[in-house]
Write a protein that binds this ligand. Structure first.
Ligand code: ZN
Length: 299
């Protein structure tokens, strides 16, 4: 069984590459997950994962604090936010690495996938990284310390389980996995994917749902991207097959910011000014979640 899966994985990579992790798959077989992120609960202990790629520096380095004297008055002063830009720019060159099977808390899934792309070839990995970088800048300006799961779009991986682990170990107050979907050409809109209780994430299900509602509201208010018309309901859906959500010990959602194969969405998603708009909306959602209601204490 495993062997069959592995063999098929290589052959299927080209196909999977186009729609892989991203989200919704109205038809076809159960999409192996699209984004992966958060990780293990391990309260302590060394780096359990054997994946070095680029996340190795991740846990600590993508961090930025706001040192200014006025930091105490900034809305996110003292807060830690984890950002996982899905996929990576060179995943397509390393099927032997990203096809590796990892345990996501409920089942095996690929270490990582290549992500989707627009009809013109603009990759989801690049989009995710751009929005994540813009979001990081916004959050740092608001006083937060930010932990990223990758620091460029020119690497491979890390595995979805490692991405989760990086954010869990940072004890972030909240985390977000950034993606864009590879749905049907006719479909439009964003979807917020939320975790389903499975053990490791039990304590952050309700807080993640609150955060998901904040993300949905902020995207509707701050961008022209509509709720998805082909996936989920009212812009939301539960997913129990993604490492990033299964293994998270901090409140977290995965956002499919739009549908890359759709021409209208693609025109927006590839526009730098729209990417900044998306980032700003996500920052608003994070500030709302951490300061507006009762900030759900990191876990
Ligand atoms: Zn994706």
């Amino acid at each position: 069984m495993r062997e069959m899966l592995r063999a098929g994985a290589v052959a299927g990579l080209l196909i999977a590459a186009l729609c892989a992790g991203c989200g919704a798959a109205p038809s076809a077989a159960p999409r192996p997950a699209a984004a992966r992120s958060p990780a293990a609960p391990a309260a302590t202990g060394g780096t359990g994962s054997a994946f070095p790629p680029e996340g190795s520096s991740g846990a600590g380095s993508g961090t930025s604090a706001t040192p200014t004297p006025s930091a105490s008055v900034l809305p996110l002063a003292g807060k830690v936010v984890g950002i996982d830009p899905g996929h990576n720019g060179r995943n397509k060159d390393a099927p032997d690495i990203i096809d590796r099977q990892v345990w996501n808390g409920r089942e095996y899934e690929d270490c990582d996938t290549t992500g989707t792309q627009t009809a013109a070839g603009y990759t989801e990995a690049q989009f995710n990284f751009n929005v994540a970088s813009d979001l990081r800048a916004d959050l740092v300006a608001d006083g937060a310390r930010v932990v990223m799961t990758r620091h460029s779009n020119d690497g491979i991986g890390p595995c979805v389980t490692t991405r989760a682990e990086i954010i869990d170990r940072s004890h972030a107050n909240v985390g977000i996995d950034i993606h864009a979907d590879g749905g049907p050409v006719s479909g439009r809109g964003f979807t917020v994917l939320e975790p389903v209780a499975d053990g490791p994430n039990d304590s952050v299900i309700r807080s993640s749902a609150r955060f998901g509602a904040d993300v949905r509201a902020a995207l509707l208010a701050g961008t022209s991207m509509p709720e998805s018309d082909y996936y989920g309901q009212d812009g939301l859906i539960d997913r129990d097959d993604l490492a990033g959500l299964n293994l998270t010990t901090v409140p977290k959602v995965l956002v499919e910011c739009g549908n890359m194969p759709n021409p209208t969405d693609a025109a927006l998603l590839t526009e730098p000014s729209f990417q900044r708009e998306l980032a700003r909306a996500l920052a608003v959602a994070i500030v709302q979640f951490l300061t507006g209601g009762q900030a759900g204490s990191g876990a």
